[in-house]
Ligand binder design. Sequence first.
Ligand code: J2J
Length: 554
Amino acid sequence: TPLAIDGVVRWPDDTAAAYRDAGYWQDRSIQSFIAAQVEIRPDDPAVIDGDVRMTYRELWDASTSCARGLLDHGLAPGDRILLQLPNCWQFGALTIACFRTGVIPVMALPAHRRTELTHLARLAEARALVIAATDRSTDLRVVAQQVAEDATTIESIFVLGELSAGLPDSATPEFALAECIATVPGAKREPFEPAGQDIACLLLSGGTTGLPKLIVRTHDDYAYNIRKCNEVTEIDSDTVYLASVPISHNFALACPGILGTWVAGGRVVLLPSPAPERSLQTIDAERVTVTAAVPAVAQSWIEHQREHHTLKGSSLRVLQVGGSRMPDELAARVQPVLGATLQQVFGMAEGLINMTRLDDPTGTIETTQGRPVSDADEIAIVDELGDPVPDGSPGRLLTRGPYTPRGYFRAAEHNARAFTPDGWYGSGDIVIRRPDGNLVVAGRDKDMINRGGEKISAEEVENFAYQLTGVEMAAAVAMPDPVLGERLCLYLTVADGHTVTLADVADLMQTAGVARFKIPERLVLVDQMPTTKVGKIDKKAMREDIRARLEREL
Ligand code: J2J
């Protein structure tokens, strides 16, 4: 029986039984697949991170030490920790250690700051924080202390890198992650053997609400997600997978990502960012065969390659692209310029993953976002009344399946809106199903801005704007951008005698501490917000307005 944790929505019993009978759920932990690879190929490379090259045995031993360290610090199965690390081998060792101890990592993004981290720590009642000492110019140790002050369940902070110099006695204690990993493990016995229904990790939703929601991923469902993605992307022990986009995100974590690669016995190469020069050099130097990117990154690689011909070899077999809609023109340039098969991925941390297949006709690969990775994925495309629309017509995407959970963590009220009573998840995407089953993402029916794959909840930004004196009405909308697809534009109406600038909004958000990508890049002051016939703020009119303004400026 799984550990009891309140606020987790399970699949109905009969559905769960059917998933077990069909073999989708195998009551096996994710790490058991990796452990099997450690047995088969202890001396094969598992991860390459800069100068660090670790074999399967070494990665496993690091996770063993790390597990011991977590337990020594008083963490127990079922406890949550907030994990915020950049792409590094320690992320892998720690994630596996969490699986092996039953400690549940909450996968925060590297860009998150005080506001998000505090919210997540509170929501999850996290007992510890894991951070890097710094991220670019930000001292995350200072941020972590603030978070620990506001999220009172935090008892310890694990730091990758230098500890703070001279913390006051009242501060939350810091520990070096390196020491935790260097702990000499005692007993050989596994400290915890997860049941299939135990929680492997908590992922973040791409958020349409004021603050991100947490998504419960069990070993049963996430292992199935990983296995199916491995099958479709043809991952095996010869795979060399490059992760340059954040591995805390579902895409590079498990679709198939680093976990899929380890489950298959392949080799993971890590980079801290997808900067084109270094990424392309690394692909050649490490003979990378598969990698993942958002469309903006794919575009930057293509442009770089066309100008500098950095890629010389032809090791790259598959470039996965997802996170936001890839323009068809860009899709058509991948194979000719990079020499790799494009795989479009339309996925979500909530579950459902669609992929084009590697042997699909070029037309399918270049103009669709693929189809579900599992035959057990249920898809419905419906109109406003919830009635199915015919193939070829746009409609709202609903989905259910063996790796799409039935509710967010501790979010009963939101769940009532995001899920139908029959357990279908409404992703908020408008899609068209072609007769061959492939989906085309045609739009969105959710109040979110997709800034090159980085999701921004309009409500979250608007809530900040309302804190500024004089602001009467605020509306965050997407403005078109040739590189990122969308950027964030903020519309405001301001009371007489007040002025608000873009810098005021940025200052406020920076002071509060939020991910930089959420800060609006343009401000439009209007006398009146456009409204619909029923008096609601008309965001569609605003999106058209900003599009027209940008066109006039060209
Ligand atoms: C259009 N919109 C897309 C695409 C995601 C793989 C890839 C992506 C994600 C991801 C992921 C899109 N075209 N190709 O988890 O494993 C938008 C949709 C979707 C939302 C989910 C993975 N691919 N999207 O992006 O949880 O709006 O997951 O509902 O961050 O991104 O966001 P997220």
